[in-house]
Structures are given as C-alpha cells and as structure tokens.
Design a protein around this ligand. Structure first.
Ligand code: 13P
Ligand code: SF4
Length: 309
C-alpha cells in the first residue's frame, strides 16, 4: 500500500524534506491537530500564513482558508489534503448574486467575513474574522453604510456590539445553526456549575444564553482562564481537544444538535484525514491555484484587515 506504518513519523520526515509547515484549524481531527506546527483560529492562521518562510504550506482546514494562504503566498505551494473541503457559509454567497446585491448598494462599504471565496473577497473592501469583526466595524466612520457578508449571525452579533446598522447577506453555517436552545438549557439545568460558551456564528436563541461569545481562540482562552469547572461548548467539537489539553481538570460538554441523528462536526473540515494529509505531502497535490487577477484583488482587503487588527 501507499501508506507507511507510522504516519506521524512519515509526516515529520516529509515536513523536513519539503521545508513545509502544517497549519491546522481547531475543527480538525485531533490527530491532525497533534501533528500541526501551528493551530489557530482564522485570524491566527492568516497571520501565520502571511509570515511563514516555509516553502510549502500544508493547510489542514477548509478551502477558503487554504485559498487565503495562497492569496498571501503566490509563489508557495499550498496543499489542501481534500479539495472538496468547502464551507456552507462560503457556498451561501455565490459571486454572481453577490455582485448584483453590491450593485444595488453602490454607496456601501463591503466588509466580508473570511469564510467566503476569493471571488467574494475580490469584491470586498475589508475582510474580517470572528475575532476582529467588531473592532474593524468600530473603525469605520459612523455615517458610512456597510454591507456585511456572508454570515447573518456574526453580522447581527456585530450590530449588537457596535450599535451600527449593517446590511446583512443572508448566509449561515450548517454546523452552528444546528445547536438546540432547548437541549442547551436542559444541559445547563443538569450542570448548573457549567458556563455556556458560544461562537458568534450560532443563532440568536443560542447566543442569548452564552456566558461568553468569541472566535475559537477566544473560547479556548476563556475556558483556560475562567474559574468555572465546566463548560457547555457551542461550536464545532474539534476545539474540545485543545481545551481538554490546556485544562485537563475541567469538563467540556459539546452542545447538542436539534436533530438526534445529526452530528455537530463540520462535514467539510472532517474530510481531511491524516492519511490524506500524508498523501498530499508525498504527491505534492492537491494544490490551491487561482487566477492572478482574482488573487491580486482579493489580497487588498486581506491586507487591510491585517493592518486594521
Ligand atoms: P474561527 O476559528 O476564526 O473562530 O472560525 C470558526 C469557523 O467556523 C471556521 O470555519
Ligand atoms: Fe464553514 Fe461552518 Fe464548517 Fe466553519 S464550521 S468551515 S463556517 S461550514
């Protein structure tokens, strides 16, 4: 077979041979997190991609994340273990429909959540992530109208936090919209000592109960520093691997989905496996490519984000 007995060792060897860095998001399989050189939220991963001197970037995340790394590093080989690892939020904002929407509001500044395609980034003025969205919107003149795309839940959260009126694109994440308010409240009754921590991509009925709202990195930091002995975690449960590592004595309870048959793992993130990651490095494919014209246009709003954060 093509696979070595010790995948961990084989990947470590390939990292050296290729001068590669493995960047992983917190929603990846725990095995992938364990072999990563850097694990982070979308902002941390973009910053790391912007500053690495490795020749090859192996991106253990979804397509828009690897694409952002390629936009920042046109001359590097950027590998994504499974090219089908997409994102429901990115899919909820097709470029043609967005171009028409934007044309209807020519006076609006376009702030787009990083969970979108390069084509949408190319039509945006500023990119943001869940960790800097509030801070970025606060820096925009109060009389400047703003389109916020594609996540309506993050958009609504930013509106509440800033008191600004944003024109929202109606997108959402399939993972964060499945959490059940009722089951979270029931869990809280069973674990009154637990704090509810939630990602801003969650729907308002869930966010209403949250003791803390933030990006994956912000939730991880909060779980580590809070006095609470237990947490109900309303985001993709891959993050619990790092929470448990950093705070082994605390209890982390994944927030349950509405439908008992559903699982709250991101089906896109979980397409990547250690095996596919190894094969991607060994075969130097599948790689991210994009037209130079789109790359250059998409780079501008990403750079603006990095400058404003
Ligand atoms: P962050 O890690 O930036 O909070 O993003 C969460 C997410 O849904 C990524 O797809
Ligand atoms: Fe996209 Fe949601 Fe999966 Fe993140 S968790 S990659 S936003 S579908």
């Amino acid at each position: 077979s093509e696979l070595p007995d010790d995948l961990f060792q084989a990947i470590a060897t390939l990292k050296q041979d290729l001068n590669a860095i493995v960047l992983a998001h917190y929603y990846q399989d725990p095995d992938i997190q364990d072999i990563a050189d850097y694990i982070g939220d979308s902002l941390g991963l973009s910053r790391k991609a912007a500053h690495t001197d490795a020749e090859v970037i192996v991106f253990a995340g979804v397509h828009f994340m690897a694409e952002t790394a390629k936009i920042l590093n046109p001359n590097k080989l950027v590998l994504l273990p499974d090219l089908d690892a997409g994102c429901s939020l990115a899919d909820s904002c097709p470029p043609d429909a967005f171009a028409a929407f934007k044309a209807q509001h020519p006076d609006h500044l376009v702030i787009s959540y990083i969970n979108c395609t390069a084509e949408i980034k190319a039509m945006s003025d500023i990119i943001c992530t869940s960790s800097n969205a509030v801070h970025i919107v606060e820096q925009i003149r109060a009389d400047q109208p703003i389109i916020f795309a594609p996540d309506r839940n993050l958009g609504r959260y930013v509106m509440e936090q800033t008191g600004r009126d944003l024109l929202l694109w109606d997108g959402s994440c399939i993972v964060h919209e499945t959490f059940s308010e009722k089951k979270i409240v029931q869990l809280k009754v069973q674990h009154p000592e637990a704090q509810i921590i939630a990602h801003p991509e969650c729907e308002p009925p869930v966010l209403r109960h949250a003791d803390h709202i933030g990006s994956t990195t912000a939730l991880l930091n909060y779980a580590q520093t809070s006095e609470s002995p237990a947490f109900i975690v309303a985001t993709e449960p891959g993050i619990i691997h790092q929470m448990q590592k950093e705070a082994p004595h605390k209890q982390f309870i994944p927030a349950p989905p509405m439908n008992n048959c559903a699982c709250n793992e991101c089906p896109h993130m979980r397409l990547n496996t250690l095996e596919k990651l190894y094969l991607a490095m060994k075969n130097r494919t599948p790689e991210i490519t994009l037209p130079e014209e789109i790359r250059v246009a998409a780079l501008r709003p990403i750079q603006r984000m990095l400058e404003m954060t």
